[in-house]
Write a protein that binds this ligand. Sequence first.
Ligand code: FES
Length: 161
Amino acid sequence: MSCAECGNAAVKEAREIVADVGSEPEKVIPLLQEIQKRHGYLSQELVEAVAEEIKIPASRLYGVATFYSQFRFAPIGKHLIRVCKGTACHVAGAEKVYSIISEDLKVDEGGTTADGLFTLESVACLGCCSLAPVVMIDDNIYGKLSPAKMGKILKEYADGK
Ligand code: FES
């Protein structure tokens, strides 16, 4: 795909997004959420195309986005690992579980493995504290984890789960 075609695709998609979500000033966050929902992160090309479409500077959209931790500015890996570090999980050993993932995959907070397979994030509470410590991978919840159990689960994903 040439750059001109990329640009056109972004313009087309930006139009769709704005038509769906709206262009009023209070729609800035929903617009950013929609971009992230579609691509997993805020692609620069699409943010710029949406800004153009709603006639505001892209810097304003970025200004809003950087204020909220929910937005990502780089593509995520094939699998998103969220390690809960809320109180219940912290007490139950979340830090050890986090460390084993970080060491096994050689990735730091918010980072993506070199092979693009995993992105690692910590979160405040996944809402299932009775299963502490808890990790969510994509849409799957894993509870009552130990470092050994976590290592086994990671291997399953690495092997193509
Ligand atoms: S504290 Fe971890 S799920 Fe609530």
